[in-house]
Design a protein around this ligand. Structure first.
Ligand SMILES: NC(=O)C1=CN([C@@H]2O[C@H](COP(=O)(O)OP(=O)(O)OC[C@H]3O[C@@H](n4cnc5c(N)ncnc54)[C@H](OP(=O)(O)O)[C@@H]3O)[C@@H](O)[C@H]2O)C=CC1
Ligand SMILES: O=C(O)[C@@H]1CCC=N1
Length: 277
């Protein structure tokens, strides 16, 4: 088994670490290439046995799975480097939402899957969003599903809904971290509570909230009702929160979708500069 990774940035390193820690991959089976050699050296030091490729092409040659953990506008260059080295039986996994599966299938001779991870997969939590390319067999799909089950909860989505799904699953940790930051800041500033204590309380609360909603299960409104004693403190504070944040997430989604539409155009022009411009 050979597993190639191109791109050892935030997500490439996260996936490698998560797969190794759960035993889903052995370092000896992994070969990584990236632009900045120091990041590769760090990974090799962290995971003895992990192989550093001299080029993207070397990472691609013979890989059963080849993960492309690069940003949208880096695809053209990387695909040019690796496309002739790939063969029909290999599986390329792209983790990048605005690069369409059909574009990858047009440019590569192999099978393609689009799987969007989330930073929280680092702790075996969160979802991974699955979109299948047309050339994958049922066995390929089952094997990829099993692999990602080791680090996440795989969820199949339509490629057309990748933006909103990624907003919830992959951008979501940043959005919620921002809100927790506000909450913690308010707690420490208004009462003098230690930041460490406030952070621990907020994090435990967030973990428990998500678990309760999934495991009871209960809806967000049901959970609000459970905590809000009629005429009590939570109900009063929720009113303030509703007034001050109403419509915020609509604005958030509007922003991500607008940026995504621009990215789709930019990626398309970079992948097919002559044909489609
Ligand atoms: N961050 C997140 O939470 C999530 C990100 N994604 C998607 O994953 C993709 C990667 O994101 P992320 O890891 O955060 O980005 P990073 O910038 O952290 O990582 C990208 C990596 O690709 C490397 N790279 C760039 N060009 C080349 C090249 N020509 N050959 C080889 N390596 C190259 C970069 O090298 P260098 O170190 O020199 O810059 C960098 O290490 C993006 O498309 C993003 O949308 C998806 C889900 C969640
Ligand atoms: O910020 C970004 O563009 C990426 C996409 C999903 C999470 N991070």
């Amino acid at each position: 088994m050979k597993i190639g990774f191109i791109g050892a940035g935030s997500m490439g390193s996260m996936l490698i670490g998560a797969f190794i820690r759960t035993g889903a991959m052995q370092p000896d089976n992994i070969m990584v290439s990236s632009r900045t050699p120091s990041k590769l050296a760090e990974l090799a030091e962290q995971y003895p046995g992990l192989q550093i490729a001299a080029s993207n092409k070397q990472a691609a040659i013979g890989a059963d799975y080849l993960f492309l953990c690069i940003k949208p506008l880096d695809f053209r260059r990387v695909l040019d480097e690796i496309s002739h080295a790939l063969t029909p039986g290999q599986i390329v996994i792209s983790i990048t939402s605005p690069v369409k599966i059909s574009s990858l299938e047009e440019m590569l001779p192999c099978k393609v899957a689009k799987i969007i991870p989330s930073v929280v997969n680092a702790v075996g939590s969160g979802a991974s969003l699955f979109m299948w390319g047309a050339r994958l067999t049922k066995d390929d799909q089952a094997a990829l599903w099993e692999l990602f089950s080791c680090i996440s909860r795989p969820i199949e989505i339509l490629e057309e809904e990748v933006r909103v799904a990624s907003d919830l699953s992959s951008c979501g940790p940043a959005f919620l971290a921002y809100m927790l930051e506000q909450f913690i800041e308010a707690a420490t500033m208004s009462t003098g509570m230690e930041r460490e204590t406030a952070t621990a309380l907020a994090c435990e609360m967030m973990l428990g909230t998500a678990r309760l909603m999934l495991e009871l299960p209960c809806s967000p409104s049901e959970l609000q009702a459970k905590v809000s004693v009629p005429g009590g403190i939570t109900a009063a504070a929720l009113e303030v929160l509703r007034k001050t944040t109403r419509g915020a997430f609509l604005q958030v989604l509007y922003t991500t979708h607008e940026k995504f539409a621009e990215d789709l155009d930019r990626v398309d022009s970079s992948l097919f500069p002559r044909e489609r411009t």
